[in-house]
Design a protein around this ligand. Structure first.
Ligand SMILES: [Zn+2]
Length: 169
């Protein structure tokens, strides 16, 4: 089932999300719905606050459905280590139509729980690392324009205000 994606500046996008404590059927259904929503919107990642749930969950698939090994749900993720730097275009399902250069770490080691509550560690580089850092920011109430220069940020927020006024956002 597809869920509704909330757009910037919905207040939930600025809240710190709460940890998941119950690894039950409800969680499994929610995670499945998150995958359905992400694929339907052609996104590589989706965090729970983007579908109006302030919990520490995100799903991702940097192969966009081509490699089932890359379809991963990360619950209560924790960034253990980052290294290097990359600068590349980034988009966000809560900012449809906006793609901007964002600087991120190039390597990430993340610890997380799967839908059964089992702990895992994942080492990633480049696009997958970018995706993990972007989605993890959502769980801390941070959106990607906050990783941009103040000028770029104000240009985007002005454009969005205009779109809202025109009823196109
Ligand atoms: Zn996003």
């Amino acid at each position: 089932m597809r869920l509704e994606i909330v757009k910037y500046p919905a207040p939930i996008l600025f809240e710190k999300a709460k940890p998941v404590t119950e690894f039950d059927g409800k969680l499994k259904t929610f995670v499945e719905n998150m995958f359905d929503t992400m694929y339907a919107a052609s996104g590589l990642g989706l965090a729970a606050p983007q579908v109006n749930e302030s919990t520490r969950i995100f799903v991702m698939d940097c192969s966009a459905g081509k490699d089932s090994n890359q379809r991963i749900a990360l619950i209560n993720p924790q960034i253990i280590e980052v290294a290097g730097e990359q600068n590349g275009d980034e988009g966000c399902l809560s900012f449809p139509g906006f793609f901007e250069k964002v600087s991120r770490a190039n390597q990430v080691l993340v610890q997380y729980q799967d839908i059964d509550g089992k702990e895992h560690r994942l080492e990633s580089v480049q696009l997958t690392a970018r995706c993990i850092l972007h989605e993890n920011d959502h769980l801390d109430g941070k959106v990607f324009i906050e990783r941009m220069s103040p000028i770029k940020r104000s240009i985007i927020s002005r454009k969005i205000k205009k779109l809202v006024k025109q009823g196109e956002w």
